[in-house]
Ligand binder design. Structure first.
Ligand code: UDX
Ligand code: ADP
Length: 477
């Protein structure tokens, strides 16, 4: 029993999952030393920066936790070797993007970082170590991790040096960016999969410090891995479903918000996650569905693969139709026209832009020659340049080839613009003073509200033409 006593935790990967998750663990497990380690030195420097404005990720309430527990029981380091060696429990929170080349390119997850971490654990772990999969992983990844660890265990035991033994658990993360701290503090459920029941209970005991036992679900490891992919596939499917209905609403005299409200009151459907928008983004939905599709193809389940793939096709179609309708509305071309883009992150309250629908929509407009002046409260200029593959211009030039500008306020973006394009539902875009803004713009002036957040009547009163997602008010198009 003693071998499962947890005094030191190591988390490999100090990103959107590792950082917030360990900050919440630090709050509830004050007697445990928690070390978050990463190969990226500048990321670790940012986590250790006394000024929390420089934390590598933006997440509401994260800064308070960091200030409270950093260098008390929460540490950030690049010294992976020592943090593995002293830990009785190791969380794997490294990135698992979709493979870009080779077998399974475009669908399967690239597990090179997971494999590298498993090899580091095999090299440095001492005594019994519980290894917990936190990153979203394709089903049966635990097998890969176990193979690397158990082979190392055999080798080590033959040499009888570090006395290594391992248990592998799956404990998928269900946090949603932008509300990560709240999701971690009050989870709907905690899922732990594995076959070593003592290890499962060792991890449950940590969660029991703040999560009621009845919310902690124990399953076999494969059910746990598959549940994560399934949860994300179902959530993404809801968004594609409501986005498909948004297009029907625009073509008829219906309003997608009214439809969502009416169907959401049916308890079997539920009211959450029914906001039509520019398409889902983020690091999980697309990747997890692609993993599911890859898995189905592997097991010869062609129809099932096609069914889930359609959720992604609809998502791509939604992004495409938005950029097309902007070009059509602005008289068939946006070449040389300035468009004010409000919001670039994939959702509000995060600086994350991975798979943000803004990327595809902006690229399409740039391709058509638009001059985009982009403002996002938390996304940096360098991130936008990286995502769009183009440098920001310093001065406003008359030009017919696509250009981007990075602005620091809503007002600045609107100067000489033909249109305002709202792509993220940041709070500060909810109550814009349209009278003031239209004065700075060219006429006719347009608003394209892909998040359905503005009061269309106010904007119309100020003289704007308004298009809003899933709203028949745009029937003049
Ligand atoms: C998601 C899951 O919610 C989370 O449980 C999992 O652990 C990781 O993936 P995340 O990607 O951080 O979390 O954010 P989420 O709130 O799910 O939003 C994903 C995308 O869907 C965003 O682009 C968001 O704008 C979009 N969305 C969400 C909609 O378009 N409409 C909605 O009603 C909800
Ligand atoms: P997520 O959203 O899954 O947290 P991120 O990309 O934000 O993904 O974070 C993953 C982190 O894992 C990155 O900071 C990356 O540098 C780190 N990482 C990747 N491989 C390793 C490794 N072998 N050892 C330590 N850290 C790693």
């Amino acid at each position: 029993m003693n071998k499962y006593k947890i005094k030191n935790i190591c988390c490999i990967g100090a990103g959107y999952v590792g950082g917030p998750t360990m900050a919440v663990f630090a709050e509830h497990c004050k007697d445990i030393k928690i070390t978050v380690s990463d190969i990226n030195q500048s990321r670790i420097n940012d986590w250790n920066n006394p000024d929390t404005n420089y934390l590598p990720i933006y997440e509401p309430d994260l800064d308070n936790l960091i200030l409270k527990y950093r260098n008390k029981n929460l540490f950030f380091t690049t010294n992976i070797k020592d943090s593995i060696a002293e830990a009785e429990m190791i969380f794997l929170s490294v990135n698992t993007p979709t493979k870009e080349k080779g077998v399974g390119a475009g669908k399967a997850s690239d597990l090179k970082w997971v494999e590298a971490s498993a090899r580091q654990i095999a090299e440095y772990a001492v005594g019994h170590t519980i290894v917990v999969e936190k990153s979203t992983l394709p089903v049966r990844t635990a097998k890969t991790i176990e193979k690397i660890l158990f082979d190392s265990q055999k080798k080590e035991n033959n040499n009888n040096k570090k006395n290594q033994t391992f248990s592998v658990l799956s404990n998928p993360e269900f946090l949603s960016e932008g509300s990560a701290i709240n999701d971690l503090q009050n989870p709907d459920r905690v899922l732990i999969g594995g076959s070593d029941h003592i290890a499962i209970e060792a991890l449950s005991d940590l969660y029991k410090n703040w999560v009621p036992n009845e919310k902690i679900i124990r399953t076999n490891i494969w059910s746990s891995e598959l549940s994560k992919l399934t949860a994300n596939a179902f959530l993404a499917q809801r968004i594609s479903s409501i986005n498909s209905i948004s297009a029907i609403c625009e073509a008829t005299e219906a309003d997608v918000r009214q439809v969502a409200n009416a169907i959401g009151l049916d308890k079997r459907i539920g009211k959450e996650f029914l906001s039509a928008g520019p398409g889902f983004g983020g690091s999980c939905f697309q990747k997890d569905i692609l993993n599911l599709v890859y898995l189905c193809e592997f097991y010869n389940l062609k129809e099932v693969a096609e069914y889930w793939e359609q959720v992604i096709s609809l998502n791509n179609w939604q992004k495409d139709r938005i950029s097309k309708l902007i070009v059509n509305t602005l008289f068939g071309t946006v070449s040389g026209k300035r468009i004010a883009v409000l919001g670039f992150s994939f959702k509000a309250n995060t600086n994350d832009t991975r798979n943000s629908p803004s990327i595809k929509i902006c690229k399409d407009l740039i391709e058509d020659g638009a001059l985009l002046s982009i403002y996002d409260p938390k996304v940096s200029q360098s991130q936008i340049e990286k995502d769009l593959g183009i440098k920001c211009s310093d001065q406003f030039l008359e030009s017919n080839s696509g250009t981007i500008y990075y602005e620091r306020s809503i007002e600045k973006t609107a100067e000489d613009a033909h249109a305002i394009l709202i792509l993220t539902e940041w709070k500060e875009f909810f109550n814009i003073n349209w009278d003031l803004l239209i004065e700075k713009m060219k006429r006719p002036a347009w608003i394209f509200d892909t998040r359905s957040i503005i009061k269309t009547n106010d904007a119309k009163k100020s003289g704007f033409n308004v298009w809003q997602i899933g709203n028949y008010c745009n029937s003049y198009l």
